[in-house]
Design a protein around this ligand. Sequence first.
Ligand SMILES: Nc1nc2c(c(=O)[nH]1)N[C@H]1C(S)=C(S)[C@@H](COP(=O)(O)OP(=O)(O)OC[C@H]3O[C@@H](n4cnc5c(=O)[nH]c(N)nc54)[C@H](O)[C@@H]3O)O[C@H]1N2
Ligand SMILES: Nc1nc2c(c(=O)[nH]1)N[C@H]1C(S)=C(S)[C@@H](COP(=O)(O)OP(=O)(O)OC[C@H]3O[C@@H](n4cnc5c(=O)[nH]c(N)nc54)[C@H](O)[C@@H]3O)O[C@H]1N2
Ligand code: SF4
Ligand SMILES: [Mo]
Length: 748
Amino acid sequence: MIDKDKDHIFRMERRNFLKVCAGVGLGLTAATTLPFAGRAVTGTRSASATAMDGPVDQLVDRWTYSTCQFCATGCGLYIGTHGGKPLVVRGNPNYPVNQGLLCQKAIHQTDVLRVAGRATTPLLRRNGRLEEVGWEPALAEVATRIRDAVDRRGPASVAIYNTGQMLQEEYYVLGKLARGALGTPHLDGSPRLCMASAIVGYIRSFGSDGPPNAIEDFDDTDFVMLIGANLHAAHPVLGGRLMARLQRGGCKFVVVDPRAIQFSRLADHYLPIRPGSDVALLNGMQHVLLRDGLIDRSYIDAHTIDFDAVEALVAEYPPERAAQLCGVPAWQIEEVARAFGKAQAAMSVWCMGINQQASGVAAVNQICNLHLLTGHIGRPGAGPFSLTGQPSSMDFRQAGGGPSLVGYRRFDDDNHRREVADAWGIDPARLPKGTTPAPQIWEAVLAGDIEVLWVICSNPAVSFPDLGWTDEVLKRVPTLIVQDGYYPVETAKHADVFLPAAIWGEKTGTFTNLDRRVNLLRQAVEPIGAARSDFDIVCEVGRRLGFERMFPFQTTEEAFDEFKVLTGGRPCDMRGITYERLEREGGLRWPVPDELHPGTARRYTDGRFHRPDGRARLWAIAYEPPLEQPDAEHPFWLNTGRVQEHWHTLTKTGRIPEIMARVPEAYVEVNPDDADALGIRSGQRVRVWNRRGEVELIARVTARVAPGSLFIPFHFGEQAANRLTGQFFDPFSRQPAFKHSAVALERA
Ligand SMILES: Nc1nc2c(c(=O)[nH]1)N[C@H]1C(S)=C(S)[C@@H](COP(=O)(O)OP(=O)(O)OC[C@H]3O[C@@H](n4cnc5c(=O)[nH]c(N)nc54)[C@H](O)[C@@H]3O)O[C@H]1N2
Ligand SMILES: Nc1nc2c(c(=O)[nH]1)N[C@H]1C(S)=C(S)[C@@H](COP(=O)(O)OP(=O)(O)OC[C@H]3O[C@@H](n4cnc5c(=O)[nH]c(N)nc54)[C@H](O)[C@@H]3O)O[C@H]1N2
Ligand code: SF4
Ligand SMILES: [Mo]
């Protein structure tokens, strides 16, 4: 339940608030009351409210409690159905994250369930063609190919590439299958392209992954630095929360982004940084904090190590030098640093502009440094807040689908291995020694070491860097299994087996959002056609491979109950969570150690971190320029990212006519000076190319991008920006540098 006194978003009259949000194009809609009028509602909530939002609501005969399937803001909502058919979604006004608000993609969620192009039948390649088959031959083929690969070449000949969009319970069973049953080290997913640098950075600074902040920090802060996060496009409801805070006044607001985003118009300081130079800027800011005595010595002494190293390094970054490296004037670096140091509660908010660079981990560590040096952490309104993007990439991280064993356990810790192995009834030696980042899985395929690649809930044929390379991987792997909610999808082009998956709305389970709030999604409709949930498919494959005992689950709730025991005493402790509690209380933020525990808004409130002696580590890291930079032949920086209307590789939003009408194809933003020099006008077709590939698209001439810089939304498979991005990775996280490539531009 929301506490009305803390309901900052609506301190402003709701209509004014929505008007203000419309002003920056946030495109939010609001449900002000629970949408049900005495009709059937799932769970325990009483159906007392009466108001309706529109005529379609009158047709609804059942409202089902759920969470948005798109971004990691994790807005609460209800799915309205009639006779078991999806009709409409409405924001849950009692949900603390969004208080009834939804953004423009979100209102199409019921449409994406039933559009043409949903996958309804398993497919099997016979005589070179994918033919419709039943589940029995499809699953038999999957089991045979995996068993055969393991028998002939060992478990490491099987690789699984998953996602940030499955249910938490689905990661749990997938990790159990890959690591516990098969014992392959090759399990990774698209969060490698997204969260890897934040994960590694948090672990290096604090000893533990997972954001420390609470979403209410947006209400309580008096200094926000948005650094490489375009809230307007990517987290609109969070953008609304920030708008409300800025409207109340008394909050300094800084935007650091090479491209002018909607929010830069509202900033006290907009820093149009040179691409990939955040580490230089952040070192310059630390220099000013130290020089001007704006650090918190007692916090540093009590809670951190390696201050001396940082002091020595940042001495080399006086604002004038930092300015030369990052292109932001020295006076502005000084002012921003001083405002940060003097704030009561300062917060940094970042997303892909930081993680998707070759110095992503370094930049994350420098952001954490700022907060540790000033004690701006563990208090309301303060902290280094990494925004997750996909709706369940936190679950990928914590439930064992990604870089760690279940419950953020380490592969190199014998106790951790034993805890997991005991719970699963296996020998710890069966668990792989470590885990392979996706780019190395790609290399292993090309080296001939992988027999089976199973892609679940991701479309790397559009979203992976250097698509020429990725195409080769998908073509060359002896067996490619693709499991997706839609067909056709680009990644399935070379599939040997295609498995149709039930999606959001058709299955029950949990998602964890960007402030660690676990929430429930209840099934509202039956899966389309013969589609089955990823949970059922993975468990069934496990049983067919002979691991019946490890996959006894009938429901995701049973798997959740097994999983949550394994979170006991871990940072992501969920022992106090039940599905029933999630629906009754509007989600719960981990850690939640027992059933009376109310959940945890903020981490590190006592200044104790998950490192030796409980101390966080300060990192001294010199600035390194991006791995690829413009040259005479490729004179432009290419930046790639999102638009508000579309979701990723268009498998969902590309099938909605209203959305396609708004953004029908890819485009490239070109600065007016460059456009003049090249004789390019808005609306003309242009060619963007480099040694890896080329795309033809429409030019949009706009001063949003700096001279010498271009921006292309990465959503469109036909005009994929990733034909131009390269194999440049952060050395620690192996996350691709999607934001910084060198390209040439000419009229088509
Ligand atoms: N509508 C919509 N929303 C989404 C998604 C979607 O596909 N569509 N996807 C979700 C997912 S998975 C994610 S990860 C998030 C991503 O959310 P964001 O990261 O906010 O979105 P992006 O557009 O990828 O990039 C963010 C910003 O980084 C800036 N940037 C580029 N280079 C640099 C640099 O060197 N330094 C700095 N400081 N900034 C730089 C870009 O100009 C851009 O404005 O969005 C989530 N929300
Ligand atoms: N150039 C460039 N490239 C980027 C980025 C960038 O900023 N620039 N951003 C990167 C980031 S941050 C991310 S997160 C990735 C995202 O990249 P992807 O992971 O490829 O994103 P999606 O298109 O959402 O892929 C999800 C797939 O799962 C399917 N699907 C949906 N629901 C279900 C389900 O319940 N079960 C199953 N089995 N399938 C389902 C969808 O149809 C779709 O094919 O892209 C990355 N690529
Ligand atoms: S902000 Fe994200 S979670 Fe909220 S409604 Fe929009 S897409 Fe869904
Ligand atoms: Mo992402």
